[in-house]
Design a protein. Structure first.
Length: 116
């Protein structure tokens, strides 16, 4: 799908995806910091979630964007997510299969980061 517009032509590792999300949030190479602020506050293309843990009992906010290409549309399945935490931690994950039991991989990632 490299001839399609949007993200379908991107070929990035998880490290590159995390670097993209981090630069998008901290700027100014991709967008100005004021644009990133607007994207976060208005949830334009990134969505806020809060995770609580023993280390973050008041909650730790992060912004994320995800995507997937289901197995029904190609020879395999891929799930991706980029997460930028309010404490400056940036995470990206690429999962090359369905994530059992309900395709909700957020709790596993949230728990891993919230324990840092």
């Amino acid at each position: 799908m490299t001839l399609s517009c949007g993200s379908q032509g991107w070929q990035l590792s998880a490290i590159q995806l995390a670097a993209f999300m981090h630069e998008l949030q901290t700027g100014p190479k991709i967008v100005a910091p004021s644009v990133a602020d607007t994207m976060r506050t208005s949830q334009f293309g990134m969505y806020a979630r809060t995770v609580t843990s023993a280390k973050h009992p008041q909650g730790l906010v992060y912004w994320h964007h995800n995507g997937y290409h289901p197995a029904s549309m190609n020879a395999g399945e891929i799930n991706t997510v980029m997460m930028y935490y309010a404490n400056g931690v940036t995470v990206a994950a690429i999962i090359n299969s369905s994530y059992a039991p309900d395709d909700n991989y957020y709790p596993a990632l949230e728990n891993a980061i919230a324990s840092i």
